[in-house]
Ligand binder design. Structure first.
Ligand SMILES: [Zn+2]
Ligand SMILES: [Zn+2]
Length: 793
């Protein structure tokens, strides 16, 4: 096998009577291990399933930055189960077979060469006269390679979808020349495979026209397996007509193209207000990378990976991109992995873990909606942030990286401000209308229910105000669509005033207090500071403190009661447990099946629904009480995103209305929102972050110790603190805590935590390496280290 082994290849090692699969991490002449622990490799893995050198470098980076073991990171990179599967399939290897093979072995070899990846040991055992030792010899000498995955087909099914085809004998005599029906029939005849019904609208046809053709017998419907991936399929759809770019889009694209051409690493922040056409810039940039012979990777948040965006890429490139996300089966992931590493696939669009896709000659990485928290993995380890890792990968291979957002995170914006990224701006909506009109509705002090009122929330809270009710009624009459966002992400133990929206906060950390009822104390979960629970609101003096839990279920009752004929659909994690269900609801809303879409933040993300004229926001300020230094930023981003859903039609000259109900209309957040000045918000937010020592000026690391017994967890966290204190001064580490975690008991475990603020240039592994050893010394303790945490609960 010598001579063909390179780091990153899969290899099989006999270990305790079983074969284990591993990744070759590095090649070395000798080993520190005792010789009885050293084994010969018994087989090498299929080369298309290897981890290329650039990815190995990225894996090392993740290990050091996020405190993870190589095994954990490689497990995330490779198709699920690669390292644990038992059955192995044979592929032809790089070495030539010896000349003097016997005829049985000869025929065995030709069998495998004819259908690589089809045969396993047990399949071959069924063939008469097979000599297992002969196979092992071929494997050992590198004539054959093994893989835990059977060679898949060339396509991946993703359920069924309805297509429409021209009938065989379809002469359009019965149709008016130039009518839509005639045009559609011609289009169908041009695409002999037919067109998916779901894509008719994007091609400029209505489903009604299709139905009329079918009724006349000129076309017919057909259910077909959806093809997620058709590797090597060419020109399945006509390319989208050339879109005329705005001057701003043109300028942004010129910058990105020249970076790709230069072959040197460069990074951009593409800041584009909602509806300014960021996706069009990505499409053109990806097409340019392909034309330069490079490949491209597009990372999107989980919820955004809708058929809508996949279809847009497909139409623009004339070829479907490969899709990579956590809902693919292991075999499907293996197909996608192989296609990327072999160079058969050159565009991948995917969620977080797609950063591990082994695309060859990668020239461009796009991270869309970079502020989205789904790019960060919370659990299990590795707790990496794909957004930040993307920059490292781009540096390793001298590629271009583009971060896109209408609401850039403080971290990425600061990089643009300090010149580490180039800032590209799309300041106007494509359709040329101004930003949506934003109106605040104060719901403070509104406690007296009207007679005959619909069901109300506890304590007289009415989810839908009179004003919002009137506007919804008007829009329904105009047959427009409406989105209603209930920002439910409140925190049930927060200290909030019902009447003015005041949120009690720790003065040092500027995060919401957590109220502990049993001992009547307010506690800060960053620094551990405590206060007696307040009796009255410190701003308006109201005695009505605590938190109203405004649920989507109650909102649903109200909406169905107030608008019995408006077809309404709810979207939140309760009704759409899986991401796919959410996509279905969104697609159906996009097709006009519903008039009102309401729910949690899932309704506000980057969807494009041209018929939405009104966005209503219930309890806009609710999220400000979270014990999280990003609480304000999150609310601001959510509201900006939600507002951007209104008025996206290119036909109606209406920028759309946004009505925001709030308990605290004087909160400065609404000034930024009303003036559509997101960057002013980030600038001010950065000043606060700098003053308080939060990211991007300091890096946060959350260290948690948990145990079945609270005392033992506490003892462990104290020990960790002592250990860290020894190097705190030298490395400028600030240690907050220990303190009970915001959710002190999760499952059967009690949890204590420390929050570290460290200089951004410190490599976490250098200061925290020793702590990971603690559970080995203390039984029953587990340690969780989260670098750059985005979730504090
Ligand atoms: Zn504090
Ligand atoms: Zn108050």
């Amino acid at each position: 096998m010598e001579g063909i082994i390179v780091p990153g290849m899969l290899a099989v090692v006999p270990f305790r009577r079983q074969a284990s699969i591993g990744v070759i991490w590095e090649l070395t002449e000798d080993s520190d291990l005792p010789s009885e622990n050293v084994r010969d490799l018994s087989a090498l893995g299929d080369v298309e399933l290897m981890v290329p050198d650039e990815l190995l470098q990225m894996v090392r980076h993740i290990c050091r930055q996020y405190i993870a073991t190589p095994g954990m990171v490689l497990k995330s990179a490779l198709p699920p189960g690669t390292l644990t599967r038992r059955k192995l399939y044979f592929y032809p290897g790089p070495k030539d077979a010896a000349r003097d093979l016997d005829s049985k072995t000869e025929s065995l070899l030709s069998l495998i060469r004819e259908e690589p990846g089809r045969w396993s040991y047990s399949d071959l055992a069924g063939i008469k006269g097979l000599d297992r030792a002969a196979v092992d010899t071929l494997v050992k000498s590198g004539v054959l390679l093994v893989s835990p995955f059977k060679a898949g087909g060339r396509t991946i099914p993703r359920g069924k979808e309805r297509w429409i085809n021209a009938s065989l004998e379809s002469t359009p005599e019965s149709l008016k020349p130039g009518s839509n029906a005639t045009k559609l029939l011609r289009a169908l005849q041009e695409h002999s495979d037919g067109i998916p019904v779901g894509e008719l609208r994007t091609l400029g046809f209505s489903t009604a026209t299709a139905a009329a053709l079918a009724k006349k017998g000129l076309a017919e419907y057909q259910w077909r397996e959806k093809k997620l991936v058709e590797i090597g399929a060419m020109k399945s759809l006509p390319r989208e007509d050339a879109v005329v770019l705005t001057l701003w889009q043109e300028a942004a694209l010129t910058g990105i193209k020249s970076a790709i051409d230069s072959g040197k690493h460069r990074g951009f922040l593409l800041y584009g207000v909602t509806s300014s056409g960021k996706t069009q810039v990505y499409l053109e940039a990806v097409a340019h990378a392909l034309s330069m012979g490079k490949s491209a990777l597009v990372l999107v948040p989980e919820i955004s990976l809708t058929p809508q965006i996949i279809a847009r890429f497909e139409r623009h490139l004339g070829n479907p991109p490969l899709v990579w996300h956590s809902h693919l089966s292991p075999t499907e992931r293996a197909i996608v992995y192989r296609a990327a590493s072999s160079g058969r696939a050159r565009v991948i669009i995917g969620t977080r873990s797609a950063i591990f896709s082994p695309l060859r000659n990668l020239g461009l990485i796009v991270v869309d909606e970079e502020q989205d928290h789904s790019f960060k993995q919370d659990d299990p380890s590795p707790r990496y942030n794909a957004r930040d890792v993307a920059l490292e990968r781009a540096k390793i291979i001298d590629a271009t990286v583009v971060y896109g957002s209408a609401t850039p995170s403080a971290e990425i914006y600061q990089m643009a401000k300090t010149g580490r990224l180039d800032l590209l701006t799309l300041p106007q909506r494509v359709a040329g209308f101004g930003p949506p009109r934003i109106e605040l509705i104060s719901t403070a002090f509104k406690t007296e229910p009207r007679p005959n009122e619909p069901p109300v929330f506890p304590r007289g809270f009415r989810p839908i105000s009179e004003k919002l009710y009137q506007e919804i009624t008007i829009r329904l009459k105009k047959r427009e669509q409406i989105i209603i966002l209930l920002n439910r992400r409140g925190y049930s133990s927060a200290v909030v005033c019902f009447d003015c929206g005041w949120v009690g906060k720790c003065p040092d950390c500027e995060i919401g207090w957590t109220y502990h009822k049993d001992r009547d104390r307010m506690v800060c979960h960053y620094c551990g500071k405590e206060r007696r629970g307040p009796i009255a609101c410190q701003r308006c003096g109201s005695l009505r403190l605590s938190f109203r839990s405004a649920g989507t279920q109650r909102l649903e009752e109200t909406i169905r009661h107030l608008f019995p004929t408006g077809r309404a659909v709810r979207l939140d994690t309760d009704v759409a447990a899986g991401k796919w269900e959410a996509r279905n609801v969104l697609d159906e809303f996009g097709r006009g099946k519903y008039q009102i879409l309401f729910g949690t933040q899932m309704v506000a993300k980057g969807h494009h629904f041209p018929r939405v004229g009104l966005v209503g926001v219930i309890s806009a300020d609710i999220g400000l009480s979270l014990p999280d230094f990003r609480a304000t930023e999150r609310v601001m981003q959510l509201l900006t995103q939600a507002a951007g859903r209104a008025g996206r039609s290119s036909k109606r000259a209406d920028p759309g209305n946004v009505m925001i109900q709030t308990f605290s209309p004087d909160n400065p957040i609404f000034d930024y929102l009303k003036s559509s000045d997101y960057l002013k918000f980030v600038e001010d937010e950065l000043n606060i972050r700098q003053a308080l020592g939060y990211p991007p000026f300091r890096r946060l690391i959350l260290v948690m110790a948990s145990s079945l017994e609270p005392a033992r967890a506490r003892q462990a966290i104290d020990e960790i603190k002592v250990e860290l204190q020894s190097q705190a001064a030298e490395n400028k580490i600030e240690i907050l805590g220990p303190v009970e975690s915001p959710i002190f008991k999760r499952g059967k475990l009690y949890r204590y935590q420390l929050l570290l603020k460290v200089p951004p240039e410190i490599i976490p592994a250098d200061i925290l390496g020793g702590i990971t050893e603690l559970p080995k010394k203390r039984k029953g303790i587990s340690i969780r280290i989260d670098v750059d945490p985005v979730a504090f609960m």
